[in-house]
Structures are given as C-alpha cells and as structure tokens.
Design a protein around this ligand. Structure first.
Ligand code: NAD
Length: 305
C-alpha cells in the first residue's frame, strides 16, 4: 500500500497516476480533510474507467497510513509574496518534521519518499528526523529534471522521447547539472548528433523548465506526478530502476551529511545502491558547486521545533 501525505495538486495527481498504472492501493492524507476525502471519492468514481479495483481512501487521520510500504510526502507550501526563500525552507521543514514523526509512529517499516520543496533539504530533514536507515529515505527531484532534459533533446532531434536516455544530478534547482556526456539516443551520444549551441540551448531550457511552467500556471503538476508514479512502481515492484534520486550521501562523491541528486538503483529497499560516476572536470566542478548551494541553505535552516 502507498500513502500520499498532501492531497493538493501534486499529491492527488500522483495518486491518480498510481491508480491508473495499477501499482497499489492508495491512502491520501491531508490536514484539509474534505480535500482528501473529495479527491479520493472523485478517483473512486473514475476507477471503473481506469480498471482499478483496489482501495483509494481520503482522510485527515495519519494512522490510516499503517502498513504502508511507501509513504510519499507532497505536503508543503509554495512561496507567498514577501516570503524569503529561507522563510519558505523553515516553514516546510517544520511541516516535514511533523509529518515524519507521524510516519515513524504509524508506518515504521516504510520507505519514505519526499517531494516537498526544496526537496534536497526536506529529504535531509526527513532522514534526520526519522532515524530510518538512509536507503529508506529519499527524494524526487532530478528524475523530473531528467524527464525535461529528455523531452528537449527529443524535440531538438525530432525523434521519439522514449529513445532518449540521460541524467541530471545535483540540486533540484537552479544549480542542477544536466550531464551532456551521459546523454544518448538509443546509445548514440548526443554530442555526436547535436552542435554545441543546440546542446547549450537544451541545457538552459532544462534548467529553467520548472520555473517556465510556474510562471505560466502557478505550479508544476503532471510531470512531477508522472515521475512520482515511476519511482513508486520501482519501489513497490522491486524492478531496480536506475535513475537520479535525491539520496543521503555518506562519503560518496566525497560528500557527507547531505542529501543531493545522484544516480541510484531504486528498488524494494528504496535506494539499493548509489552509483558513483566518473565525472569529467567541468561536470565535477558544477556538481561540487551545486552541493555547496544546498550546504549553504542547510546551514541557515532552522531545524528547531
Ligand atoms: P498544494 O498547495 O496544492 O498542496 C499541498 C497540500 O499539503 C495542501 O493540500 C495542504 O493542505 C497539505 N498539507 C500542508 N501541511 C500538511 C500536513 N502537516 N499534513 C498533511 N497535509 C498537509 O501544493 P502542490 O502544488 O501539490 O505542491 C506540494 C509540494 O510539492 C510543494 O512543496 C511543491 O513545491 C512540491 N513540488 C515538488 C516537486 C519536485 O520535483 N520535488 C515538483 C512539484 C511540486
């Protein structure tokens, strides 16, 4: 069973993706009880059309997550006018801590996937607060950036999006690192198919892609919801998918006490393995810069109750 905490735009849309792919039963928890119950009811009524016969329940009662294999946290607030970035970090850190305590109480054996932003820091907060083994706490960020990277490469080449493979690592934010040398079209390096200017355009589009959507419609929904279901599928079925996951590092890439996006094997235990890439000098420098961006905010973050 999967519990999604936060039945807002991303949480409810992720739930519908999970049901549509028949990955698991879903419990939706939100402090706004009517919202959670209403979303679940709406989805239950769609269930005959999407051929889903399992359970979908909406509630404000955290104890309903009992027995969950995977708990996904999509509860958090976007930045309000006049609110600084660090104010937002502190506000969402408090929510993440509160929710993590409930998770520890009611689903102590689960894997915990964080989506709330800034996801690298919220994953760190959840890991520290939970006391879980580090493989069980991870975040969704760079897989979404990778999806966007793949989409823009496909558009530039005029080929199927399915045939594009790629990786984005680092912060899920402005300092992300799309790895050009690891991107391919069915194994053919994109560097042999595209000119430098085309690649630069794709990298820039990837970096601004989230903000581009937010500028137009206020928040991103379908893309994050779709990748949440891919990660959920990897964990529930144990398919050992390889993707960029926000993982807590303890020496990998020369970094400690930090959660950041790196390629991982995602399976039944959560992060089954962290893959250490041999990065070229430029990518290494950019990744280190990205890590220092996360570290700086981490040091300013208020983690008191
Ligand atoms: P939203 O405002 O639509 O939904 C958030 C929901 O969380 C609300 O319904 C609210 O009632 C609920 N909530 C708040 N505190 C709660 C608590 N303590 N317990 C249970 N529920 C609680 O927002 P959204 O657009 O769905 O985005 C949710 C979060 O996901 C934001 O932090 C957003 O930045 C983040 N996000 C992350 C990614 C990513 O790639 N990691 C992508 C998109 C959105």
């Amino acid at each position: 069973m999967i519990t999604i905490i936060g039945a807002g735009k991303v949480g409810s849309s992720a739930a519908f993706n999970i049901l549509g792919r028949r990955i698991s039963d879903v419990v939706l928890v939100d402090i706004a009880e009517n919202l959670a119950v209403g979303e679940a009811l709406d989805m239950m009524q769609a269930a005959p059309a999407i051929e889903f016969d399992g359970k979908i329940k909406g509630t404000s009662d955290y104890s309903e997550m009992r027995g969950s294999d995977l708990v996904i946290v999509t509860a958090g607030f976007p930045r309000q006018p006049g609110m600084s970035r660090i104010d937002l970090v502190n506000k969402n850190a408090k929510i993440t801590k509160t929710i993590t305590r409930e998770v520890v109480k009611h689903a102590p054996e689960c894997k915990l996937m964080i989506v709330s932003n800034p996801v690298d820091l919220m994953t760190y907060v959840a890991y520290k607060e939970s006391g879980f083994e580090r493989n069980r706490v991870f975040g969704m960020g760079n897989i979404l950036d990778t999806l966007r990277f793949r989409s823009y490469i496909a558009a530039e080449l005029g080929v199927s999006r399915e045939d594009i493979r790629g990786l984005v690592i680092g912060e899920h934010g402005d300092s992300m690192v799309p790895l050009v040398n690891f991107a391919s079209v069915s194994g053919i390096p994109i560097t042999t198919l595209l000119k430098d200017e085309q690649i630069e355009k794709i990298v820039n589009l990837t970096k601004t892609s989230g903000a581009d959507v937010i500028k137009l419609k206020g928040s991103t929904v379908y893309a994050p919801a779709a990748v949440i279901s891919i990660m959920a599928d990897a964990v529930l079925t144990g398919r050992n998918r390889v993707m960029s996951v926000c993982a807590y590092l303890d020496g990998e890439y020369g970094l400690r006490d930090l959660a950041i996006g790196v390629p991982c094997v995602l399976g039944k235990k959560g992060v089954e393995r962290i893959i250490e890439l041999r990065l070229d000098a430029e990518a290494k420098r950019e990744f280190e810069k990205s890590a220092s961006v996360i570290k700086e905010t981490k040091e300013k973050m208020d983690t008191s109750d």
